[in-house]
Write a protein that binds this ligand. Structure first.
Ligand SMILES: [Zn+2]
Length: 388
């Protein structure tokens, strides 16, 4: 409920802002009524009728996100120089504390979960999170990562910019969305650098603000093979935070789109949209999901997109939402669901150990970040402009 309160407090800011002297049109928060948003989807749908027409539109959507996030040109990838320590051996999986450099002197902080006996090559799963303090370490995140690892995947849970151990960039910096999306791309690099991760089975899944990170990465990074955005795909809500809608990814002089189309641009690859009855995803079965099915149908791939709608549930990544995700990932990545099922076939996460925060820190007091860490948030953002 706390996360809903945070989001609702931010939904009134929309439309035109002046950033660094530039006029930008930002679609932010709840810019449209539900009826207006449904009509907007109808208008979008009238603009494509064939696979080729959609693919051209999807390419515009991708380009619009990358240029809106100032990521059309990426800096040369720096060495990751991973720091990895504190191996915890649990029932069927392990968890370690990890930091790596996405930019020189700036670290992505997280936890790597692995099967006890990895069967190489194994799938990789990125687990971004939503707006809750220390969310990478809360019970719902630890359980989903533990279960995926026990099923046979390499799983990385990582802090949002400015959350948990992520310093020094403030979460509400005007270019957080840029850095956060770039960090996710570098998490893909990190998982592939492990040497035993299957580049044809890479997934991303997160809830709320982590759902936004999920469909943005899936849209712009062709290495992602499967996507599970949770409680976030909505026609009338564009994300209320600067990390979601603080840069002009939805509207520019040439085109206009919304998060439903951004998620649909992942077609025809496997995608499970998880929604609930108590937030901006309440209409998904009637409004957003049929739109996505129409796109997938153009690829003769309607079976690759599913919706798990929990009408009596709320805005979280709770047990039944996780269960739907496990089944979807297991089906498409050929993982062993029995590892997380009890004898009756129900999902059972009782094997998962929920560690206290201090046991999961990448930079605990005894292992602080290296002295060459960039200390100023603006300087970190400027590193994204490096061309050499
Ligand atoms: Zn945010």
């Amino acid at each position: 409920m706390r996360r809903i309160a945070i989001a609702v407090s931010l939904i009134a800011l929309c439309c035109t802002e002046n950033v660094r002297g530039e006029i930008q049109t930002l679609y932010r928060g709840e810019c449209f009524s539900e009826a207006e948003a449904a009509k907007k989807l109808e208008d979008f749908a009238a603009q494509f009728h064939t696979r080729d027409e959609w693919q051209a539109r999807a390419e515009h959507i991708r380009h619009g996100i990358l240029s809106g996030l100032k990521l059309a040109r990426l800096p040369p990838p720096c060495p990751l120089k991973p720091i990895r320590h504190s191996l915890h051996k649990e029932d069927g999986y392990t968890v370690e504390n990890v930091a790596f450099e996405s930019l020189p002197g700036f670290w992505v902080t997280g936890n790597l979960y692995l099967p006890v006996e990895p069967k190489a090559p194994m799938p990789g799963v990125l687990c971004p999170h939503g707006h809750l303090a220390d969310n990478r370490m809360v019970e719902q995140t630890q359980k989903r990562c533990a279960a995926l690892a026990r099923m046979g995947a390499a799983v990385f849970a990582y802090d949002m910019v400015g959350y948990g151990e992520s310093t020094p960039v403030d979460h509400h910096h005007s270019e957080t969305a840029r850095l956060q999306t770039y960090n996710s791309m570098r998490v893909v690099d990190y998982l592939l650098s492990l040497g035993n991760v299957d580049e044809t089975r890479l997934a991303v899944t997160g809830e709320s603000g982590g759902g936004t990170q999920t469909f943005l990465l899936a849209a712009v990074d062709p290495r992602i093979d499967l996507s599970v955005p949770v409680v976030m795909v909505s026609a009338h809500f564009y994300g209320g935070c600067s990390c979601e809608s603080g840069m002009p990814i939805h509207k520019n002089a040439e085109r206009e789109t919304n998060n439903v189309e951004i998620a649909a641009s992942f077609a025809p690859k496997p995608q499970l949209v998880i929604s609930d009855g108590a937030d901006w995803t309440k209409n998904v079965p009637q409004v957003e999901f049929p739109y996505m099915q129409r796109v997938y149908r153009l690829f003769d791939a309607e079976g690759n997109v599913e919706n798990a709608h929990l009408a009596n549930e709320q805005h979280d990544y709770g047990p039944s939402k996780r269960a739907a995700m496990y089944r979807f990932v297991a089906k498409h990545f050929k993982l062993d669901l029995k590892e997380v099922q009890n004898s009756a076939g129900a999902i059972d996460e009782s094997f998962a150990k929920v560690h206290p925060r201090e046991e999961l820190l990448a930079f605990p007091p005894a292992k602080p970040r290296p002295a060459y860490a960039v200390a100023d948030g603006d300087e970190v953002i400027m590193l994204l402009d490096r061309r050499k």
